[in-house]
Design a protein around this ligand. Sequence first.
Ligand SMILES: [Zn+2]
Length: 81
Amino acid sequence: MRAVSLVGSRGGFSIPKAVRQTLDIAPGDPVEIYVEGEAIILQKREPVCVFCGQNDGGKMMTVKDNTVCQACCREARKEFR
Ligand SMILES: [Zn+2]
């Protein structure tokens, strides 16, 4: 899939709807931008746990705008027993 997007005066641009739908990118999702040779790569970034820095592919939950994995959530629950 190829799309064209214009860069604004402040360096911003839109990710075309078709691309967002294909990669399931929603408002607020983090994306990583890096350069490889002459290309700018824009990659959807999977959320990582604020405690362990991992994304094990399991269900992640959001607590006060922070992403937490199930393992760390279970560990935190034990601490409060
Ligand atoms: Zn974790």
